[in-house]
Design a protein around this ligand. Structure first.
Ligand code: CA
Length: 231
């Protein structure tokens, strides 16, 4: 069983794919544009991405490059073009395999199994099942199961607190600007700083720390927020 992201703008192809994958006991999320796909993989650890090459917003090759810029998750390209030169380029750009449409459920399943086996055999990559948990010091965040533990103790987080923590845990030590938190975690293009501050203070309390004596969550005034293991 794998957690799969389907990136496909054609609603018919998309629902067929979702049906095939869920029938095979995989869990699936689906989006119709490359930008949505980038947002998804930045926030959730997938085992595999199935990427359609003909997306409305970005060229397939561009989309793959951008995906590769943020994640090592295995990518199977689904292409209507049986163009060998293009397929070779994509494999060189970091695709793990490809399927030429239309393909059968059996074919898809065989390719997926092979790709997942290869990735797992090579010791996994970030995002692969054995490596799902994000660890920052004594903090463990499991984006797949939406659970977080601090020093082995389960944290009771609201949805937003979890999203915020998981987002920061994916980039430990990196100062994330507030504006980025707002767009990536809250999915708003504008808003006031108070929204973030309030959630940060709740999250802080659950982590057993205060703004005056931070351990994991550090606010840099006027700059942003970072999550870092205590020294
Ligand atoms: Ca398409």
């Amino acid at each position: 069983m794998a957690h799969v992201l389907v990136v496909e703008d054609d609603p018919f192809v998309r629902s067929a794919l979702i049906r095939q994958l869920t029938d095979a006991a995989h869990t699936v999320r689906s989006v119709g544009t490359a930008l949505e796909a980038l947002r998804e993989v930045a926030q959730i650890g997938f085992d595999l991405v199935i990427l359609d090459l003909g997306l409305p917003d970005l060229d397939g090759r561009e989309a793959l490059k951008m995906l590769r810029g943020i994640t090592d998750v295995p990518v199977i390209i689904a292409t209507a073009r049986d163009d060998e030169a293009e397929i070779v380029r994509l494999l060189n750009d970091g695709a793990d395999d490809y399927l030429v449409k239309p393909f059968s459920a059996e074919h898809l399943s065989a390719r997926m199994t092979a790709v997942l086996r290869r990735v797992r055999a090579s010791g996994g990559r970030p995002g692969a099942p054995q490596d799902d948990e994000l660890r920052v010091g004594g903090l463990c965040v499991d984006p797949l199961r939406r659970r977080a533990r601090l020093d082995g103790i389960e944290l009771d987080l609201t949805r937003r607190e979890f999203d915020l923590l998981a987002f920061l845990a994916q980039r430990p030590g990196v100062v994330v600007p507030r504006k980025e938190l707002l767009t990536r975690v809250w999915r708003q293009s504008y808003g006031d700083d108070q929204t973030i501050d309030v959630h940060l203070s709740w999250l802080r309390r659950k982590l057993g720390e205060t703004a005056a004596k931070p351990r994991y969550l550090h606010t840099l005034r006027g700059v942003g927020v970072k999550l870092e293991a205590p020294r």
